[in-house]
Write a protein that binds this ligand. Structure first.
Ligand code: BG6
Ligand code: MG
Length: 218
């Protein structure tokens, strides 16, 4: 059987942490008298912590010193980790284990490719830390998505050519990163939002093992 490299984003693909990012960013924004809506939170999907804070400050027409910026980032992360600490296996998104188990069964290697610096901690909380052959996260990259760096490192660690890799992503920046890496991009979410993806599914319930098999064989 062919060997393909499967690369999964974390937030919004394996677990729904966007709701926790939202609560933590909202608390921080409101403490600075800046409004923060769920729609704005959507725009932060796949965006690094630094870039997210820059955007929030810009939306609120607010500027802070470098020192305050660092403090605000730390504050948001402490709050966010408070939520992450409560996570269990129950928070793995529906039918993700179906796909991971199938890949194991047919001996196809898979990696994590995430912007988050908390990725390893989250994988530990949901008991998936030992399932990935390689974990590439926000601590391993210098360029954020849509730059392909995170996925190219993952491909290298899997020892699979980028053209033979398949990426699962819920963010526009992530789909662009996968495309820039010459990988097959699979969007998890809305077709209208993820129109640059090669395929789009609402969630993993729509992804059959027959589809995965076809990706492996092609
Ligand atoms: C991405 C999330 O996966 O990671 C973003 O979609 C988040 O919302 C980014 O800002 C960085 O995460 P963290 O955990 O390092 O703050
Ligand atoms: Mg994501």
């Amino acid at each position: 059987m062919n060997k393909k490299g499967f690369i999964f984003d974390l937030d919004g693909v394996i677990v729904d942490t966007a709701k926790y990012h939202f609560l933590a960013w909202k608390k921080l924004a409101n403490s600075l008298d800046i409004d923060f809506s769920e729609e704005q939170n959507e725009e932060l999907k796949g965006v690094s912590r630094v870039k997210s804070l820059e955007k929030i400050l810009a939306w609120g027409n607010t500027s802070v010193s470098e020192e305050q910026f660092t403090e605000l980032m730390a504050k948001k992360n402490t709050d966010y980790l408070g939520y992450v600490n409560t996570m269990t296996e129950d928070e793995i998104l529906v039918d993700v284990p179906k796909v991971l188990n199938f890949l194991k069964e047919v001996e196809q290697p898979f990696a994590l490719g995430s912007a988050s610096k908390n990725a390893r901690m989250i994988l530990e909380k949901v008991a998936l830390i030992n399932d990935f052959k390689s974990i590439v996260d926000g601590t391993n990259v210098s360029k954020a998505k849509p730059d392909p760096e995170v996925f190219l490192i993952a491909a290298k660690e899997l020892n699979i050519k980028p053209e033979d890799c398949i990426v699962f992503e819920d963010s526009v920046a992530g789909i662009q990163a996968a495309n820039a890496a010459s990988m097959i991009s699979i969007g998890i979410g809305e077709k209208e939002t993820l129109k640059e993806a090669d395929y789009v599914f609402k969630d993993f319930t729509e992804i059959t093992t027959a589809f995965i098999k076809q990706l492996i064989e092609n």
